[in-house]
Design a binder for this molecule. Sequence first.
Ligand code: FNR
Length: 355
Amino acid sequence: CPLSKLFEPLAQRSLQLRNRIVVSPMCQYSAEEGVPNDWHLVHLGSRAVGGAAVVIAEATAVSPEGRISPHDTGLWNDAQVAAWSRINAFIVEQGAIPAVQLAHAGRKASTDAPWRGHGPVAAELGGWTPVAPSALAFDAQSPVPLALGEAGIRKVVNDFVAAAMRAHAAGFRLLELHAAHGYLLHEFLSPLSNHRQDGYGGSFDNRVRLVLEVVDAVRAAWPVELPLWVRISATDWADGGWDVEQSIELAKRLRQRDVDLVDVSSGGLVPNARIPLEPGYQAPFAQRLRQEASIATGAVGLITEPAHAEALVAEGIADVVLMGRELLRDPYFPRRAAHVLGDDLTTPPQYLRAW
Ligand code: FNR
């Protein structure tokens, strides 16, 4: 029986999370043609060995034009399914739940890896013209995207569904839809990036329409016994943008549509956002959504200390804690946290003499 709340198991549909620590999705910019490789096996596998309950693979594109960079992973063909299957089998062997974040980058597509400057990729170097709700560029360096027409919107929904089915075939057991950080679904939500005058723009109901259509279609295609999560940016941190009040209303609608958890991030829509960075700076949004929309939430952002992670769960701020950079620095953070909090984690037998 665990002493801490951080190590209390959590039921999500038919799954049992062994604790509340989730590896936040993190782009590795290391795939070719969308196919994950040994880097992804070792990167994700290490964090499964490290003791996290859920390992969420990076923003994985539902279509080639939905990639953030030419080196993103994807789930639009069978070669990608085969490569993911091997990785997921390993994660399951380690007692973790393999998850994937399905994504479409929208107007922030066709950019280079951060360590190569993050700039737009020219057509002759494998880049493409991004699509978006409206023909509004992210910033002065970014290309002006093509505004999606009705057929383009239908394709986006269908691509999410096809990718969800491929994710299941590849052995993923939990899906997260990426509706945060200024990528396509978030671009529809925010009045700053969505200037459409059809049924997908203008009013709140119209701006949330695409997200809800994707959720409905994916929920219908994804097995009923497996959880569906959605990551949102709770606020754009910008005047006239998406904000926490709208996030609460969206979260209520997500709950009605059988979404199991909202992963509460923020920002990414506009370059000039004013973000008050401090440990757990996004956690108050997770708390408000949990309380006011009665839906399970994940807290993420600058969470690095075992006692902090424990408090977020124990105080009812969030149901799970997602961690990114701390788990890059230390894949064994869950073991360290268990030790600090007086709990125990099953140790791989190969490592028994180390603990
Ligand atoms: C990220 N982040 C991110 N978020 C997301 O939703 N999808 C993604 O693919 C990525 N990619 C990514 C790559 C790298 C290298 C980093 C560091 C971050 C954001 C990440 O999931 C997390 O929300 C933030 O990093 C904040 O959490 P930490 O790192 O402070 O624990």
